[in-house]
Design a protein around this ligand. Structure first.
Ligand code: SAH
Length: 342
């Protein structure tokens, strides 16, 4: 059992079962998250030795093994390859911004959404990650960098709403004042558009930011790159987004990857404006990061700028994402295991 999969209340029950007083659970819990978390049971210095030994017999600290780290010389980005207990490997990306440190975490090993331009799903889904495995990525990066991470984006490998319960457990752990104590407003979850997940998320986590990978102005184009669009067509998706914005009062971020000749022309921008009109939203334009096998090309810089200008002129806030970590294959959609363990 990975102790990091447990919420504080669950750890309290577990410790009670071991015949120990409840307050010990809080002490143990705090050690799991302090400064990247303890790596040895004996580092829990205020926990009696007998309890430490019992815990060591019954449970695991859930530490991710760092297999590899690539550091960008240009911008301080670090891309990690971590090994899970069962030998599978996952990736995370640490980024430095003016406003603080941010990490992009994976929610699944592999992905079954099959977006055509994305490297992460090329081998399909291997398995869901547990809450402890998702939070473990943050802790391992804090340990490695010696720095606190204050922003988290669930935009690594995997579709978070295809692993909803574990995602929810992870968000609760991340927010726990005895753990990493991260403000929900500093967390963003990105989905390719699983509508039931969006509806549930609006109920469960109205303070967490929501990003939608839209990438097209209509279903005809969207279906060419994102098979999920067949199950949840755009009208349904956008109406779920409108409901989310109304219910939560929060701006929805639409991610829009610009692909040369596919979705980056003036008519596409105009159609997008029609679709998003009146919605509390923001469009984040991402020049496609080329993935060799996909056969898609990135947009020309001037087309990206024209696209942005058109959206802005029609009152839709739009930015072009600054790319970090491109030269270490750590940019959006480039995460892919080159050395799969199993
Ligand atoms: N499954 C979730 C989160 C992971 S993908 C989702 O779809 O939102 C994170 C973001 O990277 C998504 O917006 C995804 O569409 C985008 N992405 C994937 N491949 C890309 C590529 N080659 N270039 C740019 N962005 C890409």
């Amino acid at each position: 059992m990975n102790l990091k999969d447990l919420q504080l209340a669950e750890l309290e029950n577990f410790i009670k079962e071991l015949g120990q007083p409840k307050f010990r659970a809080k002490q143990v819990f705090q050690w799991l998250y302090k400064d990247g978390g303890v790596t040895e049971w004996d580092q829990m210095t205020n926990v009696p030795k007998a309890l430490r030994e019992k815990l060591a017999e019954e449970a695991d600290l859930g530490i991710l093994k760092m297999l590899q780290v690539q550091k960008s010389k240009l911008d301080g980005t670090r891309k990690y390859l971590f090994e899970l207990q069962d030998g599978n490997a996952i990736e995370s990306v640490f980024m430095k911004y003016k406003y603080g440190n941010s990490i992009c975490v994976s929610s699944q090993a592999g992905c079954r959404m099959g977006c055509k331009f994305c490297a992460s799903g090329m081998d399909g889904l291997v398995r869901d990650l547990t809450p402890g495995e998702i939070i473990g990525q943050i802790l391992a990066a804090e340990k490695d960098t010696g720095e606190r991470i204050n922003h988290v984006v669930v935009m690594g490998t995997g579709e978070p709403f295809d692993n909803y319960d574990n995602l929810a457990g992870f968000l609760r752990l991340l927010h726990d004042p005895n753990g990493l104590n991260l403000s929900l407003r500093n967390i963003t979850v990105s989905t390719c558009g699983l509508v039931p997940g969006i509806q549930k998320f609006a109920e469960d986590f109205p303070q967490v930011n929501l990003a939608i990978s839209l990438h097209a102005p209509n279903d005809e184009i969207r279906c060419r790159t994102m098979p999920v669009s067949k199950a949840y067509p755009m009208p349904e998706l956008l109406s779920a987004c409108r409901e989310y914005a109304e219910k939560t009062g929060r701006r929805v971020t639409f991610e829009y990857t610009l692909i040369k000749g596919v979705n980056d022309q003036k008519e596409h921008a105009e159609e997008l404006v029609q679709r998003l009109r009146g919605m509390l939203c923001h469009v984040n334009l991402i020049p496609l990061n080329t993935v060799k096998e996909s056969g898609f090309d990135t947009t020309a810089k001037k087309d990206a700028q024209a696209f942005q200008a058109l959206l802005e002129s029609k009152g839709i806030p739009a930015t072009i994402r600054r790319e970090l970590g491109d030269e270490i294959d750590g940019a959006c959609g480039q995460l892919r295991l080159t050395n799969r363990r199993k």
